[in-house]
Design a binder for this molecule. Structure first.
Ligand code: ACM
Ligand code: ZN
Length: 493
């Protein structure tokens, strides 16, 4: 019988490393495989014993401390009898562990001999999960974080508030839980109550789990639009006083936070303080997208605010609000992030320079923001970053209107083509977004995310033009299936 050819490292990995030299032979991880490590990497080693099912002891797998390598950089030599990893920081050692784990999952614990020198092209490599339109359990979020970290992704953007549900507690505002976190299901349904709220303990649990995997958590408190759930609980925060309802359909609603309302501003201060206290990473996303100004145009309080601040348009009023909320975030020692609409109407008062712009409506927002000196995260819905879109243009595929093929995602480059070369350093990276209006379950969320998120991870880690996605679909499916991911297996284009 002919012996089956062993796959090479490059056939088993996504992202592909920066530099990879294939060698003859392989290393096999088995029940007796041991691991040894520099004390700096003790936390990574504990995870390694779980993820590779090996035990601390001798040096079958050795994690050594290197000198002045990048934070997430690592080198790895896989020989027939030993794997040696070198890194300067635990993040680099963690990335090396995930590279070994990928090959182990895809190839029955047989690691092809190779030499790797690796580090990321971009520091921001993220994914966003909308937990408002549909609610997802802590167990599922942890599962996603783990699989994302397998692909060297390092940012979890947690969309916590929207028209259809508010998911984080703020002390003193109990109606967030009793009213804003729930809605009545009416579409093809029987009026059941639907919703959920993450307790502080659950949020800390998710965060600790993410940090173990060298992933930051970026909470989003959406302002000033997409606020129906908040307004249903606190109608006095809206321009008309309501009544409002937690929405059970999706879209862009005219009911938004009143920009002239001091009580609302106090609430936002409390919500930002709470968020900044609970989440320990440096960023808070403040939303800013899709905010109609129709209610503001006829609201006496909003008009008064405009007069007092010398503003001449409702776009300027939104910009004023953005600036105020950014100040709250900065006072808590964090950096604000906003969707690209935050650039509109900013000519009057300007935007804080610390504000990071998330470019989602194509490249333009990212280009404009970097020209203004802002750091930028790219996730254009036009360029393969929206995973709520269908995999294929077919009425049989789930998802929102719009198509993101695997091929489209594989062509994503976080650096916009028209960007001036000297502005490139402003692009921190990018992310894939999963809005969940049409994602009713965690199984469906997996189907929408994978394998597109795996492909996105490669574009963020190593966007060089080599390595066919198609040739790695099989090994990718094997890895993801081993982690119980219900991935899409259809056509790439
Ligand atoms: C967005 O997709 N509305 C940011
Ligand atoms: Zn108003």
């Amino acid at each position: 019988m002919q012996k089956k050819k062993q796959p090479t490292a490059s056939e088993l990995l996504m992202p592909l490393p920066r530099y990879l030299e294939e060698k003859e032979g392989s290393f096999r991880i088995h029940m007796g495989t041991t691991i040894s490590f520099d004390p700096l990497f003790s936390d990574v080693a504990v995870l390694a014993t779980e993820q590779l099912a090996c035990k601390v002891g001798d040096e079958d797998i050795l994690f050594k401390k290197g000198v002045s390598m990048g934070e997430e950089a690592y080198q790895m030599k896989v020989g027939k009898n030993q794997i040696v990893v070198t890194a300067s920081e635990p993040s680099g050692a963690f990335c090396a562990l995930q590279t070994i784990r990928q090959m182990a999952l895809a190839n029955d614990n047989i690691i092809p001999c190779c030499m790797i020198e690796d580090e990321p092209a971009f520091s921001w490599r993220g994914f966003m999960l909308d937990t408002s339109r549909h609610f997802f359990s802590v167990a599922f979020i942890k599962k996603l974080i783990d699989v994302a970290s397998l692909h060297h992704l390092n940012r979890f953007h947690w969309h916590l508030t929207d028209d259809q549900g508010w998911r984080i507690k703020v002390e003193g505002y109990e109606k967030l839980e009793t009213i804003a976190s729930k809605r009545t299901l009416l579409n093809y349904c029987d009026g059941r109550e639907y919703g959920g709220m993450y307790t502080d303990g659950e949020i800390l649990e998710v965060q600790e789990y993410a940090h173990q995997r060298h992933m930051m958590v970026v909470p989003e408190i959406e302002t000033p639009g997409h606020a129906s759930a908040l307004l249903a609980a606190y109608p006095e925060f809206g321009c008309t006083g309501g009544p409002y309802e937690v929405q059970d359909r999706w879209g862009i609603f005219d009911e938004v936070m009143c920009a002239g309302n001091e009580d609302l501003m106090h609430f936002l201060q409390d919500a930002i303080t709470k968020t900044a206290t609970l989440f320990t990473d440096p960023y808070i996303h403040i939303g800013g997208d899709e905010c109609p100004h129709t209610a503001w145009d006829t609201c006496p309080k909003c008009k008064e605010r405009m007069e007092r601040e010398g503003l001449t348009s409702s776009k300027q009023l939104q910009s004023w609000m953005t600036t105020e909320i950014c100040k709250m975030v900065e006072q808590e020692g964090k950096r604000p992030i906003g969707w690209d609409e935050v650039l509109e109407g900013a000519e009057k008062i300007g935007l804080p320079s610390s504000l990071i712009v998330m470019s989602w409506r194509g490249d333009q927002g990212g280009i404009e923001a970097s020209n203004l000196g802002h750091d930028v995260i790219m996730c254009p819905n036009t360029a393969g970053c929206y995973f709520d879109y269908q995999h294929l243009d077919s009425y049989e595929e789930p998802g929102n209107i719009g198509v993101t093929t695997i091929e489209k995602t594989s062509e994503f480059n976080p650096i916009p083509k028209e960007l001036d070369t000297e502005k490139r350093s402003k692009i921190l990276g990018g992310q894939g977004n999963l809005w969940t209006e049409n994602v009713t379950s965690s199984r469906l969320a997996e189907y929408m995310l994978f394998p597109r998120l795996s492909v996105m991870a490669e574009r963020l880690w190593n966007p060089q033009e080599f390595g066919s996605v198609e040739e790695r679909r099989e090994s990718l499916e094997k890895k993801l299936s081993a982690l119980d991911i219900n991935l899409y297996r259809g056509k790439s284009y």
